[in-house]
Design a protein around this ligand. Structure first.
Ligand code: NAP
Ligand code: UVW
Length: 371
């Protein structure tokens, strides 16, 4: 499985310092793809329409993966819905329009499982899109994704472009964001239990009932799936685009665990032996969001990285990657302490720097992004 792909031509990765973006860069390098461009925000703020148009226009990109977005946890999403909607609408519309003007041949827009209706039948098929209300705690974020999905569909219809949205399930792995306000469930748990173990805490309380289920996919599998789609032969790519009204494909096939189980998995991997309690007064988020992976399976792709013991090994690796806790805004060292990423800057073809993704916990509460 997963072997039959052609190389995406002249690939541009946007959001290259994010969790998924770093994995995309790793895989592009491992496949020795020629002429890959990988940009983070430092190279190009995608909210700036003119600069985005100029940079993508002169990039020579034939294939573009849009993995940049303003991403945050339940707390951040609830506190700053204007920014989550406004920034992401700007990023998505600027990039999609610039890609059209630049004649980009294939665009892979990274959507999210959170854009499906909160009560979608499980496992969630691509045809469930727009069939109900999204989870209110991340509504602004999810609606920006839905607008971008519609925009891709509209460009395909009106201009004959070939823009595809991928809908990954919850990702975890090295390079995750450990900021307590902005982290996804696995990273939030890792941070929490690393700190609990270091403090010798006898009891850790996690938000909500602990019963919601999350499907977890190792980020390298998610990146591999994006590149697999980007490199599909023409006819197969067109079939994926036209399978349903919206040109969308799920990237699932991970393992499903409850929030409490994830906490236990992480605690065991880290060696935290205190008690774990739940706080049902705090929000749960969506009760379940298991993706139907049938379309990817039919194309011959499936997730490779098993959970369980392998996950424990991966978690230990990930934990070792957590830098000494410092707040990025109060300690300039945090911006430059990590190994440089292989990032080619627009117009200046030299290495960029990966930002430090750790942060000082601001409080003892867990603003876990149950995404
Ligand atoms: P992430 O680690 O926060 O990465 C997002 C990246 O977007 C950041 O590294 C940031 O760049 C970049 N960015 C933000 N604002 C930008 C701007 N104005 N201009 C240019 N770049 C900007 O998030 P992720 O987890 O990799 O997620 C990537 C995509 O996958 C998102 O669309 C997310 O919704 C989707 N997704 C993620 C998951 C998951 O579990 N992680 C699941 C499903 C879907 P800098 O670092 O350079 O500032
Ligand atoms: C949410 O689920 C809110 O975000 P992401 O797409 O980053 O997982």
């Amino acid at each position: 499985m997963n072997a039959v792909i052609t190389n995406p031509s002249r690939l541009l990765i946007l959001g290259a310092r994010g969790l998924l973006g770093q994995a995309l860069v790793r895989h592009a390098e491992a496949q020795s793809l020629p002429g890959v461009l990988a940009w983070g925000r430092a190279e190009l703020d995608l909210r700036d329409a003119a600069k985005t148009d100029a940079a993508i226009g002169s990039s020579g990109a034939q294939t573009l993966i849009l993995a940049a977005a303003r991403v945050g946890g339940i707390h951040a999403n609830s506190s700053y819905p204007v920014e989550f909607l406004g920034d992401n609408l700007a990023i998505y519309s600027n990039v999609i329009h610039a890609a059209y003007r630049a004649g980009v041949k294939r665009l892979i827009f990274v959507g999210s499982n959170c854009s499906y209706p909160r009560n979608a039948p499980q496992p969630i098929a691509e045809t469930s899109l727009f069939q109900g209300e999204v989870e209110p705690t991340n509504s602004a974020f999810a609606q920006a994704k839905l607008a971008a999905i519609e925009l891709c569909r509209a460009y395909n219809q009106q201009h004959g472009t070939r823009y595809l949205t991928v809908m990954p399930t919850s990702l975890y792995g090295p390079g995750d964001n450990y900021d307590p306000q902005n982290s996804h469930v696995m990273a939030a748990m890792i941070r929490r239990f690393v700190a609990a173990k270091a403090a010798g805490s006898p009891l850790e309380t996690i938000w909500g009932t602990g019963t919601p289920l999350r499907e977890l996919l190792y980020v390298d599998d998610g990146a591999e799936a994006c590149l697999f789609l980007a490199g599909l032969p023409e006819a197969e790519f067109d079939t994926v685009l036209k399978t349903s009204r919206y040109p969308v494909v799920n990237i699932g096939g991970g393992v499903e665990r409850s929030i409490v189980q994830i906490a236990q998995d992480v605690a065991a991997a880290i060696g935290y032996d205190g008690k774990i309690a739940t706080d049902p007064s705090k929000p749960d988020g969506v009760p379940r969001k298991l993706l139907d992976n049938a379309r990817m399976a039919a194309l011959g792709w499936q997730a490779r990285t098993p959970y369980g013991m392998v996950c424990a090994g991966r978690l230990q690796i990930t934990c070792r990657g957590i830098p000494m806790p410092r707040h990025p805004r109060t300690d300039k060292k945090t911006k430059t302490t990590r190994k440089p990423a292989h990032v080619l800057r627009p117009g200046r073809q030299h290495l960029g720097r990966r930002r430090n993704r750790g942060a000082e916990p601001r409080d003892r509460e867990q603003h876990v992004h149950h995404g």
